[in-house]
Design a protein around this ligand. Sequence first.
Ligand SMILES: NC(=O)C1=CN([C@@H]2O[C@H](COP(=O)(O)OP(=O)(O)OC[C@H]3O[C@@H](n4cnc5c(N)ncnc54)[C@H](OP(=O)(O)O)[C@@H]3O)[C@@H](O)[C@H]2O)C=CC1
Ligand SMILES: CC(=O)N[C@@H](CCC(=O)OP(=O)(O)O)C(=O)O
Length: 352
Amino acid sequence: MTEAVAMKEIKVAILGASGYTGAELVRLLALHPALKITAMTGDRKAGQPMATVFPHLAGLELPDLVAIDQVDFKAVDAVFCCLPHGTTQEVIAALPQHVKIVDLSADFRLFDVDTYAQWYGHEHRAPALQEQAVYGLTEIARNQVAKARLVANPGCYPTSVQLPLVPLLEQGLILAEDIIIDAKSGVSGAGRSAKEANLFTEVAEGIHAYGVASHRHAPEIEQGLSQAANSPVVVSFTPHLMPMSRGMQSTIYVKTTGANTAASLRAALAARFKAEPFVRVLPEGAVPATRHVRGSNFCLIGLFDDRIKGRVIITSVIDNLVKGASGQALQNMNLMFGLPETLGLEQQPMFP
Ligand SMILES: NC(=O)C1=CN([C@@H]2O[C@H](COP(=O)(O)OP(=O)(O)OC[C@H]3O[C@@H](n4cnc5c(N)ncnc54)[C@H](OP(=O)(O)O)[C@@H]3O)[C@@H](O)[C@H]2O)C=CC1
Ligand SMILES: CC(=O)N[C@@H](CCC(=O)OP(=O)(O)O)C(=O)O
């Protein structure tokens, strides 16, 4: 539980607070003892009270939504940037030096600006700042995150995939080739703005793959896995849209090295994540489901021997809006201010 200790107030602005990840941050920060929201922005919703846009947050003491150019950034210590990718680089580049930033968009996640341009369709607009950004998969990069001014918060699919695979590749327990990722997301992963593809009629009562062999999270996943394997990794990655509001599952097919099986991989991951507050490696036979992590910052991992010898099936589940976005962002911001990284994130999942 959060200790009732007196903490220095840290003033926080949430850019894009009228979106799903922004609202999720407000929900999490409501129980945070040190971070106080002093500014929140919207674009179409600028000028509106938060309780009008999100009635579930009524009753919290919150500033009204304003446009970004109305925020006095000299008066804030930290910024959570929850803007669409492609809109973020210039905004962050203009912030005063004293401000610490966690960017939830994809704008600073790819180390190589040419790879960024190739996948995102435009030149990087803050390449010098890109060099300072730390990729904030907390459990893998905790020490770098703690020292960073700018953290690029990982994407939701890449979080669910890299948490189990990075330690296994680092330890040489699985092959770096022939990794197949079959991933599924709730519709909140696509954000709140109206898009034809996210209409009820397009997503209810069915599932569909999208971005087949072309999704922009593939290079982000490959960047992390290549670092872990110390050699270039290329993956098969197929995301699917599920008729549910939140939750994400990645089912990952890997080939083991030597005589490794699900049991030895499970033991390795359990040892690696033993002290981690948010990653849980399930015992043999337990099958993780998105409803086991709903509303929480947990990642649950299950491992199973396939009937094909030498192949293991890994299932990894997160809540896309929490560990896949705002929860991990808060975990990182806590570290950047030297706070216990669990602050504001101690709630258990809602089940069922
Ligand atoms: N949803 C998820 O599960 C995840 C999202 N992310 C990333 O986090 C970021 C935010 O996502 P999410 O909250 O879902 O997105 P939403 O579409 O729900 O919200 C976007 C926010 O940005 C504002 N906005 C949109 N365009 C502009 C602009 N040109 N200038 C200033 N503000 C603008 C919107 O304001 P208004 O509504 O008032 O117009 C809104 O507050 C994105 O980069 C997304 O890719 C990352 C991981 C997971
Ligand atoms: C369901 C859905 O549409 N999900 C989004 C990914 C989630 C996300 O927002 O990731 P970024 O931060 O990398 O943009 C997508 O496939 O583009």
